[in-house]
Structure formats: structure tokens, C-alpha cells
Ligand binder design. Structure first.
Ligand code: FE2
Length: 154
């Protein structure tokens, strides 16, 4: 890993760590605010996302110490949409997940061709985060709408 720009890579990894920790808090918080017929599957989906964000935070933190640096104790931005509207919760989650995805893409450009392991890690996370975003986008479509871009606004 001699030729990676250590400081830049650690900087992005710390941003990823903070974003994933914010995800843990955000998904957990929203899981308390789901009411109605769909409550049980939606609550368990939100808690799965919280667990997945925690796993991703662990991975980023482990990379930081592997690189001999100090992991941030900070947490990414937390917005509270103050709503129990599932659509609003999902749209907010999608927007913040996009920011995490951008950070993983930034990581990939920094390590591409320089560290096989970090490159593999960044690619895997980009794949997972893109699949996740696709899943949320589908949840935002109105039932019966099979074409993207016609996602329901409510
Ligand atoms: Fe994640």
C-alpha cells in the first residue's frame, strides 16, 4: 500500500465512518416512527439497514486503523424530517445514502490501481450501496409502476 495517498484515503474513510454511523442512528430513529398496516415489515427493514450501516462503519473503522490512523468519533449530519410519512423517510434516506455512495466512489478513485484490497473494498461497497439505493427507489414507486422516474411523491 506504499503508493496510496495515506492522508486523503484516511480522510475519505473517516467521512464514510461518520456517514455510516449517522445511518445507524437515522434508521434506528425512523424505525420508532412507523405506524399503520405496514409497520412490522418496514420496522424490520429499517433495523436491518441500521445493522448494515453499523457493519459498514466497522469496516471503515478497521481500514482506518489498518492504515495506522485514528478513527473519527464524529458522526455525519443528522436531519430529522419530523415526520412519520414513510415516503419522506425513504426519500431522506436515499439522499443521505447517495452521499455515502459518493464517498465510496471518491475512495475508489484514490485507491484504483494502487491497492488491490482497498479497491476491492470500495467496489464491493459501491455495489452494495447502489443495490440498496435501487431498492429504496423501487419502494418509492407507486405499486404497478414498473418504470423508473415515475416514483410516487407521497
Ligand atoms: Fe452503508
Amino acid at each position: 500500500m506504499a503508493d496510496i495517498e495515506q492522508e486523503k484515503v484516511v480522510g475519505v474513510l473517516n467521512r464514510i465512518l461518520e456517514a455510516e454511523l449517522a445511518g445507524v442512528v437515522r434508521y434506528t430513529h425512523y424505525s420508532f416512527l412507523v405506524f399503520g398496516f405496514g409497520r412490522i415489515p418496514i420496522v424490520s427493514w429499517l433495523r436491518e439497514q441500521a445493522n448494515e450501516s453499523l457493519l459498514h462503519a466497522h469496516q471503515a473503522g478497521e481500514w482506518i486503523t489498518t492504515l495506522g490512523a485514528y478513527p473519527s468519533l464524529g458522526i455525519g449530519e443528522l436531519l430529522d424530517v419530523h415526520t412519520t410519512d414513510i415516503g419522506a423517510i425513504l426519500r431522506e434516506s436515499l439522499a443521505t445514502e447517495q452521499q455515502a455512495l459518493e464517498a465510496y466512489r471518491e475512495l475508489l478513485t484514490l485507491v484504483e490501481g494502487r491497492s488491490v484490497a482497498l479497491e476491492e473494498y470500495a467496489r464491493q461497497l459501491i455495489q452494495l450501496e447502489e443495490l440498496h439505493a435501487g431498492e429504496v427507489e423501487k419502494m418509492l414507486r407507486k405499486p404497478g409502476v414498473a418504470v423508473a422516474g415515475q416514483a410516487g411523491k407521497g
